[in-house]
Design a protein around this ligand. Sequence first.
Ligand code: FUB
Length: 310
Amino acid sequence: MKIWMSLAGSLLVATASPSTAKNPAPATPIAQRFNGDPSPHYFAGKFYLYATDDGSNSGKYWDSTSWRLYTSKDMKTWSDDGAFLSVDVFKWARPDAKAWAPEAAYRNGKYYYYAPVGGDKIGVAVADKPQGPFRDGRTDALVDKARDDNAGAEPIDPAVFVDGDGQAYMYFGTRVPKVVRLGKDMVSTVGPIEDVVVTGWPSDDPKKKYGEAPFLHKHGGLYYFTFSTGWPGQIVYATAKSPMGPFEYRGVILDYRTINTNHQAIIKHKGQWWMFYHDNLLPGGGGYRRSITFAPLVHRADGTIEQISR
Ligand code: FUB
């Protein structure tokens, strides 16, 4: 187990307030190991950050076959808790399946782990503790491109949102965003997979479109759908009055990085919103060697979000 101090974390936590977001501290990686696709959560008194493990890939592709876990009590000091789960947990996975952008959720005393497996399926694993051990929550995929209508060309990047009425939704997909309701058991889907509609794309950039990394959070009665615009991608947001949309494009949260992907996740803790994302921060980094960092996320009174300027 390795412990890293995050300079960004220490500065940001110490001074967290809306005014700090205008000039956030320089982006600092949460670890000295390459990682991407953050899925941060606060479970049982501790931060759990699930990630794609770029530190064990070939450097030529996202070909790691296990996911990495980092934990922290304060978002300042992060512990590398290692390769806590492998694609092998899903016995139905193809032999060449890779471990990509994960997601986690808690409900009724159980922890659920949603994971793209091989680019054409999403699996769900379940555990009694947030660090596992996780076991397959089913005997087959939760979403399967070959089996499910409208699963899209590439069902990856799951993100789960549980609304105030208890209904859970899973967003996923590249190029065309998808959403499906989850059952109360969190390991089944209910109803059809639907396309997420985003309207009002800005005329200043006709090439701007949905790419990947969907995520949903709710603030002030509005549903915020955030995502990456592609390869490379900006992190942008759109809002709606329903978790099913349609969402209206509102603006950029994070501009292009010097790598060809971006992937964000947003959490609220003790009244402060944070956006985690990956960037090119460590020496020797690049598109397949990314680093996770985070910054305060500020919602203005008019419902817009301040762009993170770093
Ligand atoms: O880590 C592999 C892929 O890169 C993820 O699934 C995408 O979101 C992008 O970050």
